[in-house]
Design a protein around this ligand. Structure first.
Ligand SMILES: C[S@@+](CC[C@H](N)C(=O)[O-])C[C@H]1O[C@@H](n2cnc3c(N)ncnc32)[C@H](O)[C@@H]1O
Ligand SMILES: [Mg+2]
Length: 236
């Protein structure tokens, strides 16, 4: 049997989380100017005892650039927390753009409303309170959404994707966060409901002939994880 392939640029053994955070901070120091509204959102979220399970700054910036690249006007988010990712995306919307974020936790919704107001984005971004499986059917499909960002309870990733599919235009994009989970999704010894939720999503996306998708694994301030980028094909 031949020896296993060892990539030339394998992870440096012993690289710590602090070093990956430092790596993010290094890049961000060149690319991401400090934004008072985003910093306020993080601090106000923490002050209210809400866990810091938001996207990292570089991931938020990626979403912001995607909104600009697509000239997106209508965005749906599933899972608001303190509206950190909502603010990153809404900042990139044109004046007549709209972001709707679905959130189940009233405290998260209240703090997010404050953070959105502080960012001067109340005219573009709003929160719909309730379990997303209940609130999805209340959303108007017209005009269709350009972009959906799914980042809530991972167990429901599959159903959220199926709802999102009905609301996104051809040529639109669905991003699902946290689909790598430190490699646990691919580890057959793992069977937690969050991992099962991602596996269910993978199977559903595989069987959906109307989309093209890939998983991009990431490492940085939030450890090892990744997102799925799903493109809704045109003319199908
Ligand atoms: C990872 S956090 C969202 C982080 C946020 N997108 C960010 O990056 O700033 C997940 C959020 O989903 C919410 N959530 C969990 N289950 C939900 C459900 N069934 N419906 C709607 N929201 C839910 C949680 O309360 C939490 O605020
Ligand atoms: Mg996330």
């Amino acid at each position: 049997m031949s020896a296993p392939h060892v990539p030339k640029f394998a992870v440096r053994p012993g690289t710590t989380q602090a070093e990956w955070s430092k790596s993010d901070q290094y890049h961000n120091s060149f690319l991401l100017p400090l934004d008072e509204a985003l910093e306020f959102a993080l601090k106000n979220t923490e002050k209210n005892g809400i866990p810091a399970i938001n996207v990292s700054a570089s991931q938020g910036a990626f979403l912001n650039l995607l909104v600009k690249t697509m000239s997106a006007k209508r965005i749906l988010e599933v899972g608001t927390l303190g509206a950190y990712s909502s603010i990153w995306m809404a900042k990139a919307l044109p004046e007549d753009g709209e972001l709707i974020s679905l959130e189940v936790n009233p405290k998260h919704a209240k703090v997010s409303t404050e953070n959105i107001a502080h960012a001067g984005l109340s005219s573009k971004a709003r929160i719909v309170l309730g379990p997303a499986l209940d609130t999805f059917p209340t959303l108007s499909p017209s005009p269709p959404f350009d972009l959906v960002f799914i980042d809530a309870d991972k167990d429901n990733n599959g159903p959220y994707f199926q709802h999102a599919r009905k609301l996104v235009r051809s040529g639109g994009v669905i991003i699902v966060d946290n689909v790598v989970r430190n490699g646990r999704v691919a580890d057959e010894r793992e069977n937690t409901t969050d991992v099962q939720g991602v596996r269910n999503l993978l199977q559903i996306v595989k069987e959906d002939k109307g989309v093209d998708a890939t998983t991009v694994a990431t490492v940085g301030d939030k450890g090892y994880d990744g997102f799925m980028y799903i493109f809704v094909k045109e003319g199908i």
